[in-house]
Ligand binder design. Structure first.
Ligand SMILES: [Cu+2]
Length: 200
């Protein structure tokens, strides 16, 4: 009796599971540390950790909830609408265009503004600015973000709150699909190779 895990039947089952996991991935995928691909429109509610970070909360359409994620980089999909709502007092949340890259440094989850000049910050906020600034409150107002393919940035408009900053990257093809398909291909190739070697 064979004890090989790579019998024809088990190989087919593994291949099917890998394929299903690749094509039916969740709306939100943690692509790399602090970098989240969110492929369907969701409502982000924004809390904060003092004056140092925004904390993002959202629930995917299929029901998965993400809670108090600090300053995530969000990879958003073109054609989807995302809303942002502040849920506590203070710390207005504003979306800026990519000119903000001139005064932002850091990496996913740890971006920092290098300026505290309100004129500079305000000049980068999408216009009309009231449409792209979520004012705080309990709950605060909601802004809607329908976008083009570009890199955007978010920040707290309080000039000295330099760490309340992050990136919104808008892409046409969801990142996890590409990553998932490549991973699936490599896995299947490796499994197939082992299977062939085993059956020789
Ligand atoms: Cu703030």
């Amino acid at each position: 009796m064979s004890t090989s895990p790579f019998t024809s039947t088990s190989f087919k089952i593994v291949a099917c599971l890998l394929f299903l996991s690749a094509v039916s991935h969740a709306s939100t995928t943690l692509v790399s540390p602090s970098r989240y691909a969110v492929t369907q429109g969701v409502a982000f509610t924004l809390n904060n950790n003092g004056a140092s970070q925004f904390l993002f909360n959202w629930t995917d359409p299929e029901g998965t909830s993400w809670t108090n994620i600090p300053n995530p980089t969000l990879v958003l999909t073109l054609g989807q609408t995302y809303t942002f709502q502040r849920i506590s007092s203070f710390h207005p949340f504003a979306i800026m265009n990519d000119t903000a890259a001139n005064f932002i440094t850091g990496t996913d989850g740890a971006f920092v503004r290098t300026t505290s000049d309100s004129t500079t910050i305000n000049a980068a906020i999408l216009t009309p600015t009231t449409d792209y600034t979520a004012q705080p409150g309990t709950p605060g107002n909601t802004i809607s973000f329908a976008q083009t393919i570009e890199t955007y940035w978010y920040t707290c408009t309080v000039p000295s709150h330099t760490g309340m900053t992050g990136q919104l990257s808008v892409i046409a093809i969801p990142e996890p699909s590409v990553v998932g398909l490549v991973a699936m291909g490599l896995t299947l190739a490796a499994l197939g190779r082992r299977f062939i070697l085993r059956t020789k």
